[in-house]
Design a protein around this ligand. Structure first.
Ligand code: ZN
Ligand code: ZN
Length: 308
């Protein structure tokens, strides 16, 4: 009888979870080396699927901290090819292979993604050769990848999960940068990637359940005296621009990610500046590494750092 009750409960919790889309911020930072904020990667779990959006520094470590089997990540979507969004990929590819990935790894990204993946495999050819021989004898099949060079539109459609790519404006010589919109059952999440204010993004983000958007801020005097800081702010979204994005797209919940705060600007300074110009009452949170957001009837935010 007890066994029956336990199996029933297990079944119940499993089927409830299958209805929930869970988004986890694995890395909430920028290129800056920071133990608290690894560079960008975001895991989306929907049903049985585990989709990774960017693979910045330390992706594998963060997945391990939340008890996710790295070999189970089936698809990776890159927003653009800046190093802070792709540094963790060789680790995921090769360590996932050592930990017995046996499915093909699907990779989606802008023009240039094919060359990047091919050259990573080439750079590690000695290691790959050694590990396929005895005593390890790893199966080379675990390193198979399928490259999908994306353009704007529907790029993924599998078992109730749809992913759309949306062109954004990252400036600074980056010609191919995308946001991604993920739809599972009746919930929608939009991940901005790196971008300046983008009208195209605003259109796609209309009424989404969760908008994960990058943010950058620096004091006015620093922007006016430093060409470099001015340039950086032009490639990213400032608090005033963020208010405009939220006012126009009216998402139900906002998480600010890729947190770039210069010259002593604090997280509460950023929130105050955004909220000052808001015409909506949208809740806004600043991301932290291993922040999980469950999307069901209501939004639940919690930490999945199980190493603490
Ligand atoms: Zn970038
Ligand atoms: Zn970046």
């Amino acid at each position: 009888m007890r066994l029956f009750v336990f199996s029933f409960l297990f079944f119940l919790s499993f089927s409830l979870n299958a209805e929930i889309m869970r988004v986890t911020i694995l890395g909430s930072g920028t290129p800056r080396p920071d133990i608290k904020r690894f560079s960008q990667s975001i895991l989306v779990e929907a049903g049985e699927q585990k989709l990774l959006f960017d693979s910045g520094r330390g992706t594998v470590i963060r997945l391990n901290q939340m008890n996710v089997d790295i070999a189970k990540v089936q698809s990776i979507f890159f927003t653009h090819l800046h190093s802070d969004h792709i540094l963790g990929f060789p680790d995921l590819l090769l360590t996932g292979w050592i930990y017995r990935r046996n499915e093909i790894l699907n990779i989606y990204g802008p023009k240039g993604i094919g060359g990047y993946v091919k050259n990573i495999k080439k750079a590690y050819q000695e290691d790959i050769h050694i590990r396929t021989q005895t005593p390890e004898s790893l199966d080379i099949k675990g390193l198979r990848t399928k490259i999908n060079v994306i353009e704007e539109g529907l790029i993924y459609n599998q078992d109730d999960v749809k992913v759309f790519a949306i062109e954004v404006d990252h400036g600074g010589g980056v010609n191919h940068a995308y946001a991604y919109k993920i739809i599972y059952k009746n919930k929608a999440v939009l991940i901005s990637g790196d971008t300046n204010y983008s009208e195209n993004l605003v259109k796609a983000a209309k009424n989404v359940d969760l908008l994960i958007h990058e943010i950058a801020s620096a004091p006015k005097n620093l922007i006016s005296k430093s060409e470099k800081v001015k340039g950086i702010m032009n490639y990213h979204t400032t608090p005033i621009e963020m208010s405009k994005v939220i006012n126009q797209s009216q998402p139900k919940f906002v998480v600010l990610n890729h947190v770039l705060l210069l010259g002593g600007i604090s997280e509460s300074d950023v929130l105050n500046e955004i909220e000052k110009n808001l015409t909506t009452s949208t809740p806004i949170k600043i991301a932290f590494d291993l922040m999980a957001i469950d999307l069901s009837n209501k939004i639940n935010v919690y930490s999945v750092d199980y190493t603490k």
